[in-house]
Ligand binder design. Structure first.
Ligand code: ZN
Length: 284
């Protein structure tokens, strides 16, 4: 595999038969999600949604890891750049202070985007290997199904920053609440097998077979009628929201920003002074 450069697209898009593949493509940074990747992913998802030939979307990560989280320290970190207003919820964060910047940005690019992606009118299957950490969880959790390889692990270590979990707070809906507390309180890695046991992932497969088994499942789903799939997806999502997911996330998002504000007021920065190496050290 050639060494990717900064000029390579942060998300690769490919259609194969009834499947569209969106592949996170910053493997040298364990697919850390910067804004360029966020907007490229948004474009890929909506290209697939608009393409009548596409029945099912597969979200995968290039390289050894699915996604190590939001970009908090690579040379291409771009949180300071203006964002394109695609979720359309807030003004651009650039040149603003405090919550006018942070709340606006995270509402738009984290919570707002993830919610829209969860509502895509076609099934999305995540194909997860290696690290699926923090912001990476958000990308896996907006998918309808998750196929994980034996080496995959899931973790949300952001409580170490004094913050109650990532922005898309699906934790107590994708796993039982007591398990969610353990997951958050410890920040420990949850191995793929454990994630399967608690119902967070659909299948655990050999690493070498991940792509093939994901495709197999996606193709089976692609045999169903398009409208039937779209309505079924809506039905289950509505059920989750009736179980409080949508309003629960809103309430936790406020707590999340209380924590950012507390950090900004009392610590070195809104992340509680935790940089990439400190987080990496804490999560291994
Ligand atoms: Zn945040």
């Amino acid at each position: 595999m050639p060494t990717p450069t900064a000029h390579e697209p942060p998300v690769l898009y490919e259609r194969r038969g009834p499947l569209a593949y969106a592949t996170l493509n910053r493997p040298r940074y364990r697919n850390a999600q910067n804004s360029a990747m966020t907007y490229a992913l948004d474009a890929a998802f909506y290209q697939a949604a608009a393409d009548s030939e596409v029945k099912v979307i597969v979200l995968a990560g290039a390289g050894e890891h699915f996604c190590a989280g939001h970009d908090i320290g690579t040379p291409e970190r771009d949180a300071h750049l203006p964002f394109e207003r695609r979720a359309g919820l807030w003004w651009d964060h650039c040149g603003k202070q405090g919550a006018e910047s942070r709340f606006a940005r995270e509402s738009e690019v984290y919570l707002g985007m993830c919610r829209r992606w969860r509502e895509l009118p076609k099934p999305v299957v995540a194909s997860v290997q290696g690290a699926c950490v923090a912001g990476g969880l958000m990308l896996a959790w907006i998918c309808d199904l998750i196929v994980a390889s034996e080496d995959a692990f899931f973790a949300d270590p952001v409580v170490r920053m004094g913050i109650p979990g990532v922005e898309y707070f699906a934790h107590p809906w994708v796993m039982p609440p007591r398990i969610a507390k353990e997951f958050l309180y410890t920040g420990d890695r949850m191995p793929a097998r454990r994630a399967y046991e608690v119902g967070m992932v659909n299948r655990v497969v050999e690493r070498a077979e991940l792509a093939e088994r994901t495709e197999e499942l996606a193709l089976r789903i692609a045999g169903m009628p398009r409208l039937g799939l779209a309505l079924t997806k809506r039905a289950v999502n509505q059920a989750e929201d009736l179980q409080g997911m949508h309003t629960g996330m809103d309430s936790v998002f406020a707590l999340h920003h209380l924590a950012h504000a507390h950090n900004a007021e009392t610590a070195a920065d809104p992340l509680g002074g935790m940089d990439v190496s400190a987080m990496k050290k804490a999560s291994t």
